[in-house]
Design a protein around this ligand. Structure first.
Ligand SMILES: Cc1ncc(COP(=O)(O)O)c(C=O)c1O
Length: 400
């Protein structure tokens, strides 16, 4: 029966990685896949993670299953990291969670859970959104609609258009919102805008699902959780899908967290029992290693301080690169000031697909067709080459 299957094209971002690796150009630059890179272009293991691995090696005394929700202490530590110590929803017993294989695992289990809660629900996603959102949510058979989000002309959130679309979302539908560091645009809601979306959700009764994959990569651990904390406090039902891939650099350890916040403790327990049943029928139980490392770091004052300082350093490096890139392009006569106003690893350069292809073919600069760049792929050694190449492609296009 396998002969019935048709071949599928490579994943566009992972395909780009393969092409980059095969390119012999010594000046090549990879601004494709979304992993943090340091000044030397390396994705190293965080120091706090290395230290936690030592502790883990000494402490771990069994390899038996961790259970459907994973390690309870990890779940608790993540809930506090995301919502903040003493958050009303935690005090009221309205939060239950599960350790998941990455943020993707959390999103996918969230989708299965939402389907059980209301099989006719529609999930509204921003235009654009992270490319994997659609298959992760669509695979369980949920309907998907889009709400306006990004204004290409101004490279910023088009909040009026967003609110006008969200007005149409009925009670019982779900709105997927990026908690911080919107992927792919880098354009985030400010606090006033979070307040307004929360007011609307309260008034009209839709349920937010918050994808928090970059806490600490935007403005910091606390400010990046503003929207999640606000909604969890004010709204009766919220789902949060978080990832430790970026902020702990645990990409391949597949470490994430699904959080269900219900209207009261009893309803939350019922909801969690359904979410656990969805998990059981998918991957059964999560891998243990990454979650244990996160728990060790968050519970130990020294390791936690170490991790927070490293994360701050990564976030600061990205923000410095954003201003430096703006200045380099300004020196070459191009206004890229929007880049310095955005958050996280990604931004759209706002150039055409043809220009993206020319950067790849003529300069060995690898960017996704949409012109999304991973800012962390820039460093002091490649930034002038990059700025020259972009300026040249823009100039030649305007001359032609
Ligand atoms: C917006 C967004 N959500 C979720 C994820 C999930 O990450 P992972 O499954 O690697 O933890 C990513 C990863 O790139 C992302 O960009």
């Amino acid at each position: 029966m396998f002969e019935n299957l048709k071949p599928l094209p490579d994943d566009p971002i992972l395909g780009l990685m393969v092409a980059y690796n095969a390119d012999p150009n010594p000046n090549k630059i990879d601004l494709g896949v979304g992993v943090y890179k340091d000044e030397d272009g390396k994705t190293t293991i965080m120091d706090a993670v290395k230290k936690a691995e030592k502790v883990r090696w000494e402490q771990e005394d069994t390899k038996t299953y961790v259970g459907i929700p994973g390690e309870a202490a990890y779940n608790d530590a993540m809930h506090e990291l995301i919502l903040g110590k003493g958050h009303a929803a935690l005090k009221d017993g309205r939060v239950k969670g599960a350790q998941t294989p990455g943020g993707c695992g959390a999103l996918s289990m969230a989708a299965g859970f939402l389907k059980r809660a209301n099989e006719n629900t529609t999930v509204w996603v921003s235009t654009p959104t992270w490319a994997n959102h659609i298959p992760l949510i669509g695979t369980v058979g949920l309907a998907i609609k889009e709400y306006a989000y990004f204004d290409q002309a101004n490279s910023a959130v088009d909040f009026d258009a967003m609110m006008s679309d969200l007005q149409k979302v009925p009670a019982g539908d779900v709105v997927l919102i990026h908690g911080a560091c919107h992927n792919p645009t880098g354009a985030d809601l400010n606090n006033d805008q979070w307040d307004a979306v929360t007011d609307l959700a309260e008034k009209n009764g839709f349920t937010p699902m918050i994808d928090l994959a970059y806490q600490g990569f935007g403005k910091g651990l606390e400010p990046d959780a503003y929207g999640a904390r606000l909604m969890a406090e004010r709204l009766p039902e919220v789902v949060i899908a978080a990832s430790c891939s970026k902020n702990f650099g645990l990409y391949r350890e597949r470490t994430g967290e699904l959080m269900i916040i219900g209207r009261n403790a009893e309803q939350t327990n019922i909801s969690a029992s359904q979410a656990y049943s969805v998990i059981r029928s998918n991957y059964s139980m999560p891998p243990a290693h990454g979650g244990a490392l996160v728990r060790i770091i968050l519970e130990d004052a020294d390791l936690r301080a170490n991790w927070e300082a490293e994360l701050k350093g990564m976030c600061g490096r990205i923000n410095d690169l954003r201003t430096l890139f703006r200045d380099k392009m300004n020196d070459r006569g191009h206004d890229f000031s929007f880049i310095a106003k955005q958050n996280g690893m990604f931004s759209f350069l706002g150039i055409s697909k043809e220009q993206v292809h020319r950067l790849r073919d003529e300069y060995g600069i690898y960017i996704v067709d949409s012109s999304r760049v991973n800012v962390a792929g820039i460093n002091s050694k490649n930034i002038d080459y990059l700025a020259d190449a972009i300026a040249s492609v823009l100039l030649q296009t305007s001359v032609n």
